[in-house]
Design a protein around this ligand. Structure first.
Ligand code: GLC
Length: 641
C-alpha cells in the first residue's frame, strides 16, 4: 500500500489506536470494519471544519470509551439495525410524540402505557425534552443544564435506560432530543465561562462590545421577537455580549471550537448507550454562524453532521439522526444529504413544508399551492426519509414561498396573512380556533398556536353545538392525517390528536409558561377518554387514526425510499398523491373541501383499468369516466384487476 498523504497516515494511526485499545474486546473486528466503512466520510467531515489531524486521535479516544461502555444488549441491537437499516423508512413504522409528564407522569409511568402504544400500532416513540433543564423557564426543556441526567420529577437515567429496554422488547424505538445549538446559561460550561475559565469562554460566542453583534444583527432574523428580541445578551459575569438566538437563558455554543464537537460526540455516545435509538437534532440549522448571512443552513452544518453521524455509526450504529431544521425546501433537503453529503448526514428530517401546506390547503380548499411547493423538492437519498406530521409542540410558521404563491396567481404575503388570520378565527366563516404566536409588526409575520382538533374545526363545532359541523370537522381531521400517513416517510402522531384534544388554556396560570402560548397545544393526556364509549368525539377520532395506522401497515408502497408526487386535477380542491413503487403503485385522492367534487378516472394514472380497491374503507369499486368524491374524502387506491 502506498501511503502518500497526511490523511492516510492519520487514518492508519487512528485505526491502530482503535485496534490496540480494543484488542481484548470481543467485538474488535466489528468496530474496525465499521471504521473502515466510514473512515473517509469521517475524515472529510472533520477536515472541512477542523484540523482533522489534531481532532481525529481525540475523537477515537471518545469512540473507544463509548464502545467499551456499550452493553451486550445494545451491541446486539447494533447488529440487528445494520441488517435492517430501513427500519424507520418502513411502511410499518409509525411514530408517537409525547411529553413524558403530560403523557404518563414520569418515565416509569410510560412503561405502563406501552400496551396503549402497542395497541395503536406505534413503533417509534419520541419523548420530548427530558434531560435536566435549567430551573424555572426553560423553553419546554430546550434549555439543558445537564445532558447526562434526567429531569428529577421524571425519574433517573437508570429509569430511562430501563424504559428504553422495555420499549425495545415491545418493538418500539425511543427518540430523544439533542439540543445542539445552545445550552442553558446554568450548564457547567457556561458556569465555568462565567467564572473566568478561558477554555470554556471559547465554548460560546462572546463579544466585549456591540461592534460584532451589531454587524451580525443586520442580517439575523429574530426567532422570538415578542419575548426574546435580539440575538445577543449582555452578561455581567462574562463582561460581554453572548450569542443567544432563542431566549436570553439559552447560550449558543461555538461549534467552530473542536472541543465543543468532542463534547457532543461524548454526549451522543452516552445517550446511545442508555438505549436512545434516534436523536432529534434540535435547531440544527443554527449551529454555524457567518457574518452577512442569516447564520442558518451554512455548509459547515452539514460537514459537522457528517462527522457526528460517522462517529455514531462507528461507536453505536443502531443510532440514527433526525434533523429539526424548520427551513425552506431548497435548504431542508441538505439535511438528508445532497451532493457530496448524500446519504451521510441525518437519516430523517421534519417535513415542515408539507405540514404548513396541508393547513394552508385546508383553509383555502385548494391543493394547488401544496402541489407547487412539493414539486420544488430535490430528490432525497433513498436511504433517508421525511418525518411527516400535522401538529407538534411548536407553533405553525406560515412558510409560504412568494414564488410558489405567484406560480398559482397568489400574493405570498397576502396568503401568509390569510393563513394567520384564518387559523386565529379572524376570517369570516373560519372553522379554526387558534391563537397568534410571535406577531412581529416589523416583518408582518404572525405564527399560529393551537391543537389539531381546535384548528381543524372540532372546537368550533362543539362551541356551536353543530352536529353536522362536527362530522365535517372529524372528516377534515381524518383527511389531514391521511395525507400525513400517506405521504411516505415516518408519520408522527402528536399526543392527544388521536383523541381530538382541544386547546388547553390553563398554561396562563403557570408563571413559567404564561408568556409562551405554544403551551396551548401541549395538553395533558386524557386517559379518561380512552376506550370510553360515552366520549363519542374521542372515540370517533381514535377509530379514524387507528384505521389509518392499520391500513398504512398493509401498504408497502408507503416505504420512504420512493417519493410522493402531488398534483391537483381540473378541480383545485381535489389533490392527488401518486406513489410509484416496485411492489405496486398507489394513488391517493383527497377532497380538500366540504363540497362533493368530481374525480376523473384519468387522474388515477398509472392505475389503469376500472376496478379499484380503496384501502381505508376496504371497499372495491369501479371508476369509469368520472366519480363523485364526498366532502373531505381520503381514498388510498390500488388497482384491483
Ligand atoms: C426547536 C424546538 C423549539 C425550541 C427551539 C429552541 O425549534 O422545537 O420548541 O423553542 O428549538 O431550542
Amino acid at each position: 500500500m502506498i501511503i502518500d498523504t497526511a490523511r492516510d497516515i492519520a487514518i492508519l494511526s487512528a485505526r491502530a489506536q482503535l485496534a490496540i485499545a480494543l484488542s481484548n474486546d470481543p467485538d474488535v473486528d466489528e468496530i474496525l470494519t465499521r471504521f473502515d466503512r466510514w473512515k473517509f466520510d469521517l475524515w472529510e467531515g472533520l477536515a472541512a471544519v477542523y484540523d482533522a489531524q489534531e481532532v481525529l486521535p481525540k475523537l477515537i479516544e471518545v469512540i473507544i470509551q463509548i464502545h467499551k461502555d456499550r452493553s451486550g444488549k445494545l451491541r446486539h441491537r447494533d447488529r440487528e439495525r445494520l441488517l435492517n437499516p430501513d427500519w424507520f423508512q418502513d411502511n410499518k413504522a409509525v411514530g408517537y410524540v409525547a411529553y413524558t409528564d403530560l403523557f404518563a407522569k414520569d418515565l416509569n409511568g410510560v412503561k405502563t402505557k406501552i400496551d396503549y402504544l402497542n395497541k395503536l400500532g406505534i413503533t417509534y416513540l419520541h419523548l420530548m425534552p427530558l434531560l435536566t433543564p435549567r430551573p424555572g423557564e426553560n423553553d419546554g426543556g430546550y434549555a439543558v443544564m445537564d445532558y447526562k441526567s434526567v429531569r428529577a420529577d421524571l425519574g433517573t437515567m437508570k429509569d430511562f435506560a430501563e424504559l428504553a429496554q422495555k420499549l425495545h422488547e415491545n418493538g418500539i424505538s425511543l427518540t430523544l432530543d439533542l439540543v445542539l445549538n445552545h445550552v442553558a446559561k446554568e450548564h457547567e460550561w457556561a458556569m465555568k465561562a462565567k467564572s473566568g475559565d478561558a477554555r470554556y469562554r471559547d465554548y460560546f460566542y462572546v463579544y466585549s462590545d456591540r461592534k460584532t453583534p451589531d454587524e451580525f444583527e443586520k442580517t439575523l432574523p429574530e426567532i422570538f421577537p415578542t419575548f426574546a428580541p435580539g440575538n445577543f445578551t449582555w452578561d455581567e459575569k462574562l463582561n460581554g455580549w453572548v450569542w443567544t438566538t432563542f431566549n436570553e437563558y439559552q447560550w449558543d455554543v461555538n461549534w467552530s471550537n473542536p472541543n465543543v464537537f468532542l463534547e457532543f460526540v461524548d454526549i451522543i455516545g452516552y445517550l446511545a448507550n442508555q438505549g436512545a435509538d434516534c436523536l432529534r437534532l434540535d435547531a440544527i440549522a443554527f449551529i454555524w454562524k457567518r457574518l452577512g448571512t442569516n447564520s442558518q443552513n451554512q455548509p459547515e452544518v452539514h460537514a459537522i453532521t457528517q462527522s457526528l453521524r460517522t462517529a455514531a455509526h462507528i461507536m453505536a450504529p443502531a443510532l440514527i439522526f433526525k434533523a429539526e431544521a424548520i427551513v425552506g425546501p431548497k435548504d431542508v433537503v441538505h439535511y438528508l444529504g445532497q451532493g457530496k453529503h448524500a446519504g451521510k448526514v441525518s437519516d430523517m428530517a421534519y417535513h415542515n413544508s408539507l405540514m404548513v401546506q396541508i393547513w394552508s390547503a385546508l383553509a383555502s380548499r385548494d391543493g394547488r399551492l401544496l402541489a407547487t411547493a412539493l414539486s420544488r423538492f430535490a430528490p432525497i437519498p433513498t436511504s433517508s426519509g421525511w418525518a411527516t406530521y400535522l401538529r407538534c409542540h411548536d407553533d405553525i410558521g406560515w412558510a409560504i414561498d412568494d414564488a410558489d404563491a405567484a406560480a398559482i396567481g397568489l400574493n405570498g404575503a397576502m396568503h401568509r396573512e390569510f393563513c394567520a388570520s384564518f387559523y386565529a378565527n379572524e376570517f369570516p366563516d373560519s372553522f379554526a380556533r387558534g391563537v397568534h404566536f410571535q406577531s412581529n409588526p416589523a416583518t408582518g409575520d404572525r405564527r399560529t398556536s393551537g391543537s389539531a382538533a381546535s384548528l381543524i374545526g372540532i372546537e368550533a363545532a362543539i362551541e356551536r353545538r353543530d352536529a353536522a359541523a362536527l362530522d365535517t370537522a372529524i372528516d377534515r381531521l381524518t383527511c389531514a392525517y391521511a395525507m400525513v400517513f400517506g405521504f411516505g416517510g415516518l408519520p408522527l402522531l402528536y399526543m392527544g390528536d388521536e383523541l381530538g384534544l382541544l386547546n388547553d388554556r390553563t398554561f396562563v396560570d403557570n408563571p413559567t409558561k404564561k408568556d409562551d402560548n405554544r403551551w396551548i397545544h401541549r395538553p395533558e393526556m386524557r386517559w379518561d377518554l380512552v376506550n370510553n364509549p360515552n366520549e363519542a368525539i374521542a372515540a370517533r377520532v381514535f377509530a379514524a387514526i387507528e384505521n389509518l395506522i392499520k391500513v398504512r401497515k398493509q401498504m408497502p408502497a408507503l416505504h420512504a425510499a420512493v417519493s410522493t408526487e402531488a398534483f391537483t386535477t381540473s378541480k383545485q380542491s381535489v389533490l392527488i398523491f401518486r406513489r410509484q413503487h416496485a411492489t405496486g403503485s398507489m394513488i391517493q385522492v383527497y377532497n380538500l373541501s366540504e363540497k362533493p367534487q368530481v374525480l376523473e378516472a384519468s387522474a388515477l394514472w398509472p392505475l389503469t383499468g376500472t376496478q379499484f380497491t380503496e384501502h381505508l374503507s376496504g371497499k372495491q369499486f369501479r371508476i369509469a369516466g368520472t366519480e363523485v368524491l364526498p366532502p373531505y374524502a381520503s381514498w388510498w387506491l390500488t388497482q384491483a384487476n
